[in-house]
Write a protein that binds this ligand. Structure first.
Ligand code: AMP
Ligand code: FE
Ligand code: FE
Ligand code: ZN
Length: 284
């Protein structure tokens, strides 16, 4: 039997991806995927549209989210799969995150506007209504104004954390993120923990604390993890019997990442589905 193609990390226009959830599902079908997870930043607002869109396609949807957390100055992304989207603690935390992101984006834009012709309206024009706002939307506005050729260039310049315009948003600790996702019946998997230039994003001791708090998986085969980092993560995963994933982290046209460029072994997906008590995959 041919291997099922499983991509467990994608973004739609509910956060900083460029395709609406239904269009993302259509793209996943075209890419030949068997299973796709929708993991927008700090929002489950795309679950309903994506769930409806898989009907009749043969594609399976794993509803999820990429929760923003922070450890000191380091941003740590925590994927959560198949949790109860109505869990009060998680609903409150994500609402707080989206609100903090909104005001933080306004302050970044205020600073940029002192030097460039950029308004808050220009940024809002790049985001779908109610989207989790982030630097990618500011990047798109800068591109539209001709200040950068693409998102990546904007991130390397005006939006860089050392540019003088940057400020972080508020975020819970990774430990709280793991506990919230578990409390909501979901499966926490730490996203791209060996990102180039910021290694190690989480120390070995920090990692052990996350495992004690209920972390169940680690995202290893991701284009932003370094080769040395992947080896270290594999060793940590073996030591703690964590499940391992590999995804695209597709953002549509917002990033070069292509759907299905990395995939997760079907038996690792089975571990996620078996461990989840908050929600079930939606089989199209
Ligand atoms: P923020 O959470 O608002 O600080 O923005 C971080 C988001 O920007 C991440 O979720 C990435 O998807 C995106 N991002 C980071 N670096 C780049 C880049 N070089 N090109 C495009 N998108 C990026
Ligand atoms: Fe993103
Ligand atoms: Fe991420
Ligand atoms: Zn992501």
């Amino acid at each position: 039997m041919p291997t099922r193609l499983v991509d467990l990390h994608t973004h739609s226009s509910v956060s900083d991806g460029t395709e609406a959830p239904a269009a993302l599902i259509a793209s996943a079908v075209r890419a030949g995927l068997d299973t796709v997870a929708l993991t927008d930043h700090d929002s489950t607002a795309g679950w309903a549209e994506a769930s409806a869109a898989v009907a009749g396609t043969g594609l399976t949807l794993v509803p999820g989210m990429e929760l923003s957390t922070r450890l000191g100055l380091n941003s740590v992304h925590m994927l959560g799969y198949l949790f109860d989207p109505a869990h009060p603690g998680l609903v409150a935390e994500t609402a707080r995150l989206r609100d903090s992101r909104l005001h933080r984006a306004e302050r970044i834009v205020e600073r940029i506007a002192a030097d460039y012709d950029l308004t808050w309206g220009d940024v809002l024009a790049q985001a779908s209504s109610g989207a989790t706002l982030g630097r990618p939307h500011i990047a798109d506005a800068l591109v539209a104004k001709g200040y950068a050729p693409d998102r990546s260039a904007a991130f390397g310049g005006i939006l860089h954390w050392r540019s003088g315009y940057y400020e972080p948003h508020e975020a819970p600790s990774p430990l709280i993120g793991v506990r919230l996702i578990r409390d909501a019946g979901g499966v926490p998997v730490i996203a791209h923990p060996a990102t180039r230039g910021r290694e190690p994003n989480v120390s070995s001791e920090g990692f052990e604390a996350l495992v004690d708090a209920g972390l169940l998986g680690v995202e290893i085969d991701h284009r932003e993890n370094t080769t040395a980092g992947k080896a270290r993560l594999l060793e940590l995963a073996r030591r703690h019997d964590l499940l391992v994933t590999g995804p695209s982290d597709s953002h549509g046209d917002g990033k070069p990442n292509r759907l299905g460029e990395n995939t997760t072994a079907p038996d690792q997906l089975d571990r996620i589905v078996d461990a989840a008590t908050g929600w079930v995959p939606v089989r199209g």
